[in-house]
Design a protein around this ligand. Structure first.
Ligand SMILES: C[S@@+](CC[C@H](N)C(=O)[O-])C[C@H]1O[C@@H](n2cnc3c(N)ncnc32)[C@H](O)[C@@H]1O
Length: 261
């Protein structure tokens, strides 16, 4: 056998063994999404508690369809896909990303964790009408929409405008990166690479922290001003690092009895 073939076989055996270890670990530790979550030096993916939160939200709401803009490190993708598996139903997730590399990585992770049948990746930009059309065709109405793609003001507003009409009346729209970090992370945040068109970190008015993606917070405020039909909830942790989550849902009375004859 040639050396090249031996190397190829050894690589395949190692890869299969690594996948098996991950699969077995997954069975005893469903909080595996923490492996892929963000940290103050890598605040792209949702943080560990945020991944737990997204997982729990999807377990409680039992969504039929989830749409995600921004695969990135795939922490949110895996959290949602695992929740869909645990929900035991026919729920499906579609995740859009412009990056071929991120989509390929997410597909490997989904496969490794046995979650591929719950999730589909769509390669392209969320502002491409054909991508929106494909997502709408695949999902119909959406119960959970996560916006975590282009973090510029225009990008966040555009994603909301293009996709909020797909969301069911009782569905939720989740924005990632709406909160500030504590001041002790300011130096680290200042050194992080900036996304194209994204604003620089900005301190909060009360001096307690720093927004690492201020455009997202500004965009969500603007959306709430323009769309008073939505109410909001902030999940912002200032005791330990997290990027922050804002949730929008259409306002509706809780009590709506049938009319009396
Ligand atoms: C912060 S990451 C997403 C993190 C992910 N939600 C997680 O929990 O790991 C942002 C991703 O959005 C993608 N992206 C940026 N602009 C986009 C757009 N207009 N359409 C689709 N994806 C976009 C980037 O390629 C990147 O992978």
């Amino acid at each position: 056998m040639r050396l090249q073939n031996i190397n190829r076989n050894a690589r395949a055996v190692l890869k299969a063994a690594a996948c098996e270890v991950i699969r077995r670990y997954h069975q005893v530790a469903p909080e595996f999404t923490r492996f892929y979550s963000g940290t103050p030096t890598n605040p792209g993916p949702v943080f560990a508690k945020e991944a737990d939160f997204l997982y729990t939200l999807a377990r409680i709401l039992m969504p039929n369809r989830i749409l995600e803009i921004g695969l990135g490190g795939a922490a949110s993708t895996l959290a949602f896909a695992e929740a869909l598996r645990q929900n035991g139903g026919e729920g499906r997730l579609v995740s859009i990303d412009t990056s071929h590399e991120m989509a390929a990585r997410a597909n490997i992770l989904l496969k490794m964790h046995g979650l591929k049948r719950f999730a589909t990746t769509l390669l392209g930009s969320s502002d491409d009408p054909s991508i929106r059309e494909q997502a709408a065709e695949m999902l119909g109405q959406v119960d959970i929409l996560l916006i975590d793609g282009d973090h510029s003001f225009d990008g966040v507003v555009r994603d909301f405008q293009n996709f909020h009409t797909l969301v069911a009346a009782t569905g939720v729209i989740i924005f990632h990166d709406t909160g500030p970090f504590e001041n002790r992370y300011a130096d680290q945040i200042a050194k992080l690479p900036r996304e194209h068109n994204a604003a620089c970190p900005i301190p909060t008015a009360d001096g307690r922290g720093v927004y690492h993606r201020p455009d997202v917070a500004r965009a969500v405020d603007w959306i709430l001003e323009q769309h008073p039909e939505y109410g909001s909830l902030a999940i912002h942790n200032m005791a330990e690092p997290s990027c922050g989550i804002a949730i929008l849902q259409r306002r509706a009375p809780f009590f709506s009895p049938a009319e009396q004859p």
